[in-house]
Structures are given as structure tokens and as C-alpha cells.
Design a protein around this ligand. Structure first.
Ligand code: SAM
Length: 321
């Protein structure tokens, strides 16, 4: 995967924090089901996982409704991690999956998980789609998958809890959006879950300090954060017990919407998690899925709630198999 030409108008950036982020995810321990189920963020993880399932199903339905060609659905999972959404793609009956992530170890685990499921099921449930795996900093490299369909583009790009890393600089945000746009069929969907910058700012303000959090999570900005912070590179450290301890970047929503438009991506749907959650609860099928996935009937309590920044990895399979 060669580098693309420099982006017009984008500042070419220096080293950046990509290697810190990659090394954090590369060194994450794989935790067993037992350990995960006794974790203090058990319900939070399940709720976030459930929300991803809900959004993925919603988007796959939209894609199928609007599809202009007749090829089976293909998906690009950008920042796929260890493959936490593999089962969701399988249940969504897709034909091809492109996985990309900056962390080599996570990608190895993702590939292994995919291969094992495929072996176990003989290519049926859990492995009914082909897949390719790309290790790359998607905020700096142009990603060109080896797709099987003639348009060489996907119907859906999904970026779960990973897009905010590109707001380190304008150049990185542009490269990330270009990777979305160039690989998406006309009329296709891009869906992403990102930390809620407004909520983070409001909690920071109430804290009267440069950090806030509770027993399980902390968001910490540099003490010398300028009063008028930059739109790109507004860094904080996010700590979530047993899961994350890593620099992240605030995503300024109006900037994201404007930049995405430049890359031919029009905003169609935007919700915070608690709204998605309460809307979905009106649907009986969703209620059933909530109980199967061991999710609370209300969005996690303040104690567990850590804004939309929480990270969730892999656990759909354990609840649905
Ligand atoms: N999407 C997965 C999920 O929902 O289970 C993983 C989410 S995890 C919180 C964030 C992922 O983003 C990590 O796997 C990390 O390696 C990946 N990531 C961070 N920066 C990246 C970059 N510049 N390019 C590609 N992946 C990146």
C-alpha cells in the first residue's frame, strides 16, 4: 500500500502519536470471559457492544435498501482492533470484509479469530464472508484494498471507537476521510462512533480542573492546555480500568461535518448513545436482543458511564453464541 500524493492544503505532519497508540493497543492483554464478566465496566461494555450491533444492523438495512448494484454487501472496518465486530458482520450476512488497523498484534488476533471461526463452521456461520487484513496507520497511508467486486469499493465503511485518533492533525483527518471516501461506493454509508466532545468539555468545566473521572475512568488534559485550544491536536489522556490508557483527540463536530463534506460525505444521522438506547428500547425485537446480550434496561449508571469515549472490544460473540 503505497503512499498517496500529499493532500492539497493539508499540513504534512511530523511523527505524531500514532506509535504510542499502536503500542498501547499492541500490548493490551486478551482477557477471558470470566474476567470480563466480573469487570466493573461489564454493563457498560455490553451496552456499547449492543449499540454497535444496533447501528451495524441499521446501516446494513439502509445499504441494502439503497443498493444500486446487485453485488453482495462488502464492508471496510477501519480501526477494527481484535475483530470485535466479526460476529456482527457474519450475522449481517456480508460477502467481503476489509479490516485495517494500526496495531499489528490486534490485527493478528483479528485474523486468527476470523480463521478459527471459519474453520469451525466450515465457512458457514461466523465465516461466511471473505476477508483481507491491512496493518497501517490509516491517518497517514492511503488504503487500497484488494476487493473482489469490479468497482473495488465497499458499501459500508465502519469506524468504531477509532475515528477520533485522526484528529491529531488536519492532514491526518483528511487522510482518514479520504480513505473512507475513496473506498466507498457512491450512495454507500460511513458510520462511526466517536467521543462526545461537548460532554467531555462540560464535565471538564464542572470539574474546575484539567481532569475529571470516577473510580473507573479518567480524562486528563495537559495542565497547560491553552484557553483557546487548537481544533486539531487537542489531546487528552483517556484511562478506563483494565482497558485503555492512551492519548486521544477531541473531535470538533462542526469541523468533522465540514471536512467530511469536502470528501463527498454528507451527514445523515447523528445521535448520542443514550438517545440511540432509549429509541431502540421502544422496539420489542431490540428489547429481546438487550436481554440476550445481558445489557441493562437503562443506559449505564453515572458510576459506570464514562461518556461515549468508552472502549469496548470483542464481546458480541460470547453473548450470542
Ligand atoms: N473498532 C474496534 C472495536 O470497536 O472493537 C476497536 C476499537 S479500539 C478502541 C480503537 C482501535 O483503533 C484500536 O484497535 C487501534 O489500534 C485503532 N487505531 C488507532 N489509531 C489508528 C490509526 N491511526 N490507524 C488505524 N487504526 C488505528
Amino acid at each position: 500500500h503505497e503512499d498517496g500524493p500529499p493532500l492539497k492544503g493539508a499540513k504534512l505532519d511530523e511523527e505524531g502519536l500514532g506509535s504510542v497508540v499502536a503500542s498501547h493497543y499492541n500490548n493490551l492483554e486478551e482477557k477471558g470471559l470470566k474476567e470480563r464478566s466480573t469487570s466493573r465496566i461489564f454493563h457498560l461494555r455490553n451496552s456499547n457492544n449492543w449499540i454497535k450491533s444496533y447501528l451495524i444492523n441499521y446501516c446494513l438495512d439502509q445499504v441494502r435498501e439503497r443498493q444500486v448494484d446487485h453485488y453482495p454487501v462488502s464492508v471496510f472496518d477501519l480501526g477494527c482492533g481484535k475483530g470485535g465486530d466479526l460476529l456482527k458482520w457474519s450475522k449481517g450476512n456480508i460477502r467481503h470484509l476489509v479490516c485495517a488497523d494500526i496495531a499489528q498484534t490486534s490485527m493478528d488476533q483479528c485474523r486468527e479469530r476470523y480463521t478459527n471461526t471459519r474453520k469451525r463452521t466450515g465457512g458457514g456461520h461466523g465465516g461466511g464472508f471473505t476477508a483481507e487484513f491491512i496493518v497501517a496507520d490509516c491517518t497517514k497511508k492511503r488504503i487500497k484494498p484488494m476487493l473482489e467486486n469490479p468497482s473495488r469499493q465497499v458499501d459500508l465503511v465502519s469506524c468504531q471507537f477509532a475515528f477520533h485518533y485522526c484528529f491529531e492533525s488536519l492532514a491526518q483527518a483528511e487522510t482518514m476521510l479520504r480513505n473512507v471516501s475513496e473506498n466507498l461506493k457512491r450512495g454507500g454509508y460511513f458510520m462511526a462512533t466517536i467521543p462526545n466532545a461537548y460532554e467531555i468539555m462540560s464535565r471538564l468545566k464542572s470539574s474546575g480542573s484539567h481532569r475529571f473521572g470516577n473510580e473507573v475512568y479518567t480524562v486528563e488534559f495537559p495542565e497547560d492546555r491553552p484557553e483557546d485550544p487548537p481544533i486539531f491536536g487537542d489531546r487528552y489522556n483517556f484511562f478506563l480500568e483494565g482497558v485503555v490508557d492512551c492519548p486521544e483527540f477531541l473531535v470538533h463536530p462542526p469541523t468533522l461535518i465540514k471536512l467530511a463534506k469536502k470528501w463527498d460525505l454528507e451527514l445523515e444521522w447523528k445521535r448520542d448513545f443514550s438517545t440511540v438506547y432509549s429509541d431502540a428500547l421502544k422496539d420489542t425485537l431490540c428489547q429481546r436482543l438487550l436481554s440476550v446480550m445481558n445489557v441493562l434496561e437503562t443506559y449505564p449508571s453515572k458510576e459506570e458511564q464514562v461518556t461515549e469515549t468508552e472502549v469496548e472490544y470483542t464481546h458480541a460473540r460470547q453473548f450470542l453464541e
